[in-house]
Design a protein around this ligand. Structure first.
Ligand SMILES: Nc1ncnc2c1ncn2[C@@H]1O[C@H](COP(=O)(O)OP(=O)(O)OP(=O)(O)O)[C@@H](O)[C@H]1O
Ligand SMILES: CC(=O)C(=O)O
Length: 574
């Protein structure tokens, strides 16, 4: 498959069969023109009102005009995409890039931002805090000076047993039958057939006959002798030792646990570093229960005035056993397929991914699918067909975000890999729309209180209404992002413009499917908010006469009761 530009993408779209006449919007067929999905007729009539308070107003004529600051938090990339592809063609799936030596210059980061990177991920396993600080500051500089809107995530190293030295500067082959010593004793330089592990207690409880697995199966050894805390092991399945390869021990088909804490002393120091640098997300590695997530969240709320979102990484068997409580406690989830594959048989990974993704949508938490999406592109300029199928599957499952790892961090073709993710996700989203798959999504009731349930039902109805009416966009006015998130949970056809005065909410919404977050100074006066934001979008040339917009809000004016503004409105622009 060739990696193609946006214009190529348009050609691919243009070749797509137009929608069949079963797919109607307001009784009119929907078609594709020039890569953009469009409605043949979009005038809403007052009789199209739906049960909830819906007002298909004559337009915005007569409303006061407000001074609009055009620089108010409109991401230049979302803006460009909207102009090129129109409302319904805009990509909904968010993209995360791991930043490493191959893409850490200001120019590289700018190219990734231009290419659609929504979140920059920094893996604290690698490199120094100074290096990470420099990258974070460059991302923020680009946001401020060039109008990008890229959130920053740090990913903790987590407590795990890994190789510190294996006798070679890079990878080394373990031959069948070769005997190696595994030790935690620190020594200078390298010793042949000796592997130095990072954790002193790595051999605790390990017995002769146990199996030692490298990186989830890259190579396997049998423990043949204990020598104090060191282990002598014979290679039973030859393979490669990569730098920092992970070690796991198995007995009778079960993994041996070492009871390591989720956050090590170094991780806590990295968390403090993240707080001081004002990161938006912390991805927590090797989460095994909800308590580790809650502890970190409590720590962050005491330590930081900014609300930093905690994403739990699902990468252990234990985390799968306690999945629901972990998802509930977290602000989002990463399906870390790399390490998950160390503990879970590989053939289970696809179904585990789908289950986790579905549960996250049910519980209204964003989910990132990570690792090896386009692994071959670390070296090759084009992906394999299987990789494209894997990416498509994650988009078909409605994951909120896709993540590049080595492809961007150390790969030769990071930007091309990002454009493949862009292209494949846009194509798959279009297919889902053509197949009318959103209609098949069912969400269970989430809210505990009546007011939560009302907000949820309003969002469910609003999305159904937006899809049925074929409106061009959904506008949501939101304090902390909750209502935007509830709308996103329903995976609507039109994009969700989420207007908020809270910059933290805006940065967090960057990870949510289909949401274009915007920072706007909102007031108590809803009509003023509506007028101001429509003016903003119209001045940017993104909305025009005849376009229809559906509006919902979770803002509560001080003089109103909490339900006063729980309504759905539809406006046509005149
Ligand atoms: N900041 C960095 N500095 C140097 N190399 C990096 C950096 N970040 C990533 N890399 C390289 O890119 C590769 C992929 O990175 P990534 O963090 O996605 O995977 P990983 O090291 O396997 O860890 P994890 O399992 O937490 O994802 C790493 O193996 C490492 O070689
Ligand atoms: C991303 C990550 O940590 C993993 O896949 O293991």
């Amino acid at each position: 498959m060739a990696v193609s530009s946006d214009s190529m993408l348009q050609k691919v779209f243009a070749k797509s069969p137009t929608f069949d006449s079963n797919k109607k919007v307001l009784g009119k067929s929907v078609g594709i023109s020039g890569g953009v999905i469009s409605c043949n007729e979009r005038k809403l009539k007052s009789e199209d009102k739906i049960a909830v308070k819906a007002s298909a107003e004559a337009g915005l004529k007569g409303l006061k005009s407000y001074e609009v600051n055009l620089d108010l938090g409109f991401d230049v990339v979302a803006e460009r995409e909207l102009r090129e592809k129109g409302f319904l063609g805009v990509r909904k799936t968010k993209l995360v890039c791991t930043i490493g030596p191959a893409c850490c210059s200001l120019e590289d980061l700018e190219r990734l931002a231009m290419g659609g990177m929504n979140v920059a991920r920094l893996n604290m396993c690698h490199n120094t805090r100074e290096w990470h600080r420099d990258v974070i500051r460059k991302v923020k500089k680009l946001n401020e000076e060039k109008g990008f809107f890229v959130s920053v995530m740090i990913d903790t190293e987590g407590s795990l047993i890994h190789v510190v030295d294996h006798g070679a500067p890079s990878s080394i082959k373990a031959e069948e039958g070769s005997v190696w010593v595994f030790t935690a004793t620190k020594f200078e330089g390298s010793r042949p057939f000796t592997v130095q592990a990072n954790y002193e207690g790595f051999s605790e409880g390990i017995m002769v006959g146990d199996e030692l697995v490298i990186d989830g199966g890259m190579a396997k050894f049998e423990v043949v002798e204990r020598m104090g805390n060191d282990l002598r092991c014979k290679c039973t399945d030859p393979g490669l030792f990569l730098p920092r390869a992970k070690l796991s021990f198995w007995r009778d088909g079960k993994l041996s646990y070492h009871g390591l804490p989720t956050l090590s002393i170094k991780d806590w120091a990295d968390v403090d570093f993240g707080v001081s640098e004002g990161v938006d997300f912390i991805a927590l590695s090797f989460v095994n229960d909800a308590n580790s997530v809650k502890n970190l969240k409590n720590y962050l709320s005491a330590k930081s005035s900014k609300s930093i979102r905690v994403l739990a990484k699902i990468e252990t068997l234990e985390s799968l056993q306690k999945l629901e409580e972990i998802v509930e406690a977290s602000d989002g989830i990463m399906v870390a397929r790399g390490d998950l594959g160390v503990e879970v048989p590989l053939e289970l990974i696809p179904t585990v991914q789908e289950d986790v993704t579905r549960l996250c949508r049910q519980l209204n938490k964003p989910v990132i699918i990570a690792s090896q999406l386009l692994e071959s592109m670390v070296e090759c300029p084009t992906p394999t067909r299987a990789e494209v199928a894997d990416v498509s599957e994650a988009v078909r499952q409605y994951a909120d975000a896709l993540m590049l790892s080595g492809e961007s961090a150390i790969g030769l073709h990071g930007q091309k890999a990002l454009s493949v993710l862009q292209m494949v996700s846009s194509r798959m989203e279009l297919w889902s729309h053509e197949e009318n798959r959103q209609g098949a999504l069912h969400n269970s009731q989430l809210g505990d209180t009546l007011s939560d349930c009302i907000a949820e039902e309003i969002c469910n109805c609003a999305v159904q209404m937006a899809n049925n009416l074929g409106v061009d966009a959904i506008f949501v006015y939101t304090k902390h992002g909750e209502m935007a998130s509830l709308l996103s949970r329903n995976r609507p056809y039109p994009p969700i413009f989420a207007f908020t005065s809270d910059n933290n909410a805006r940065m967090a919404l960057n990870l949510q499917w289909g949401v274009i977050p915007l920072l706007v100074d909102l007031s108590d006066d809803m009509e003023a908010n509506i007028s101001k934001t429509i003016d903003l979008i119209r001045t940017k040339g993104m909305i025009k006469e005849g376009d229809a917009v559906l509006l919902v809000s979770d803002l509560t004016p001080t003089h109103a009761t909490s339900t006063t503004f729980q309504s759905i409105q539809v406006k046509t622009i005149v």
